[in-house]
Design a protein around this ligand. Structure first.
Ligand code: TRP
Length: 342
C-alpha cells in the first residue's frame, strides 16, 4: 500500500449508462461494491459525462435519460444503499468536469497516446473519434480525485486508466509543490473468478455490444430467458472435470463453473467437487435454477424502482448534493493552488 496515512480510506467507482447491464457487470462489479459498503465509505457514480464520448450515448438524449435511471436502479436493486453510500450521476456535480480540465493541462499527450482502450474503441477511424473519448481517462482521474478517493474497484480493463490517475495525482502534487495533496488511488481488482465470459465463446468477455443476446444474461431478463440462455450456452463434449486443472483449455466449462461459484458465493473448488464427472445437462439445470433465484429478485426490484422515475431522480439529486459537499471544497483548494483568483 502506498496510501499516505493522511488520506482516509474512501472508495470511488462508476459505470457508464450506455446500455442495459448484464451478469458480467453484476458479478464483476456491483456485487463487490455492495460488499465493500460494510467496511468502507463508498461513492458510486453513474458516469453520464463519460457516456457521451461515443455515439451510442450522444445521439439519443432520451436513451441517456433512461439508461442513467436504469443503471441507478440496478445499483440499488443489487444492494447499493443510497443511505449509506453516495449514489449520484456525474453530470450533477460540476466539479468533475472542472477538475478534468485542469488535469487535461497536467497530463501529457504521450500518456494518453499509450491508452489501449482508446485504440480499441476508436478502431480504424481514430480521426473520427470524439476528442472526449481521447481525454476520457482524465475525466475518470477527476472523478476519483475530486473526492481524494483512495480505493477504486475496477475490472482489469481499467487498470491502465487507474495508473494514469496515479500519474496525474503525482504530477499535480509535484508541479504545484503540494506534496501528498492528492492520494495515489489503489485499484481494487476483483478476483479472476468474477471475470464473466460470453456464453457463446468462453474466450471473449461478456459484453453489451455482442450482437448475440444469447451471449449474455441481462439483469432485466426474466426467468425463462435466463434458463434458456444457460441451457443453450456453448460447452464441449466432455463431462465436467474433477479438478481445476481439468478446466484448462476448456474456456466454456470454466466460465460456467466460475459463474456458478460467484452466484453461489462458494469457492470454485467446492463447485468443481460437487459436479465432478457429471454431464453438462444436469449442471446447467442447477446453474439455471441458481441464476434465476439470484437474478430475478434484482430484476423485479429494478422494475419496481423504474416504475417511479421521479423517486430515482430524487435519490440521485440528494446523492449529488452530498457528493458536491465533499468535492466542492477540494476543487476550490485545487483552484487556489493553481492560482485562479476567486
Ligand atoms: N471508465 C470506467 C469504465 O468504463 C467507468 C468509470 C468512469 C470509472 N469513472 C470512473 C470507474 C472512476 C472507476 C472510477 O468502466
Amino acid at each position: 500500500m502506498t496510501d499516505a496515512p493522511t488520506h482516509k480510506p474512501l472508495v470511488f467507482s462508476g459505470m457508464q449508462p450506455t446500455n442495459t447491464l448484464h451478469l458480467g457487470n453484476y458479478l464483476g462489479a456491483l456485487k463487490n461494491w455492495v460488499r465493500i459498503q460494510d467496511t468502507m465509505d463508498c461513492i458510486y457514480c453513474v458516469v453520464d459525462l463519460h457516456a457521451i464520448t461515443q455515439d451510442a450515448g450522444y445521439r439519443h438524449p432520451g436513451d441517456l435519460f433512461q439508461s442513467t435511471r436504469e443503471v441507478a436502479a440496478a445499483y440499488i436493486a443489487s444492494g447499493v444503499d443510497p443511505a449509506r453510500s453516495l449514489l449520484f450521476n456525474q453530470s450533477q456535480v460540476p466539479e468533475h468536469a472542472e477538475l478534468a480540465w485542469i488535469f487535461n493541462c497536467v497530463a501529457r499527450l504521450g500518456w494518453l497516446d499509450r491508452m489501449t482502450q482508446f485504440k480499441e474503441k476508436s478502431g480504424k477511424h481514430k480521426e473520427r473519434s470524439s476528442v472526449g473519448l481521447y481525454t476520457y481517462p482524465l475525466l475518470m482521474a477527476a472523478d476519483i480525485l475530486a473526492y481524494k478517493a483512495t480505493h477504486v474497484p475496477v475490472g482489469e480493463d481499467q487498470r491502465q486508466h487507474l495508473e494514469l490517475a496515479r500519474d496525474v495525482a503525482q504530477k499535480f502534487n509535484n508541479d504545484f509543490e503540494v506534496p501528498d495533496y492528492f492520494p495515489q488511488p489503489e485499484p481494487v481488482i476483483t478476483g479472476a473468478a468474477t471475470r464473466v465470459m460470453s456464453l457463446r465463446d468462453g474466450t471473449k468477455k461478456m459484453s453489451k455490444s455482442d450482437e448475440s443476446d444469447f451471449s449474455r444474461i441481462n439483469l432485466t431478463d426474466g426467468a425463462d430467458t435466463i434458463a434458456q440462455k444457460i441451457r443453450k450456452a456453448r460447452t464441449d463434449a466432455e463431462p465436467l472435470p474433477d479438478s481445476a486443472e481439468g478446466l484448462e483449455g476448456r474456456a466454456e466449462a470454466a466460465n460456467l463453473i466460475n459463474i456458478y461459484a460467484a452466484l453461489a458465493d462458494e469457492p470454485r473448488d467446492r463447485v468443481i467437487g460437487s459436479f465432478a464427472g457429471q454431464q453438462f445437462s444436469g449442471f446447467k439445470n442447477a446453474l439455471a435454477d441458481l441464476a434465476v433465484a439470484r437474478l430475478t429478485p434484482i430484476a423485479a426490484e429494478m422494475r419496481r424502482l423504474l416504475a417511479d422515475p421521479a423517486e430515482i431522480d430524487r435519490i440521485l439529486r440528494r446523492g449529488a448534493e452530498r457528493a458536491r459537499a465533499i468535492a466542492a471544497p477540494i476543487v476550490a483548494d485545487v483552484k487556489r493552488v493553481v492560482g485562479f483568483v476567486a
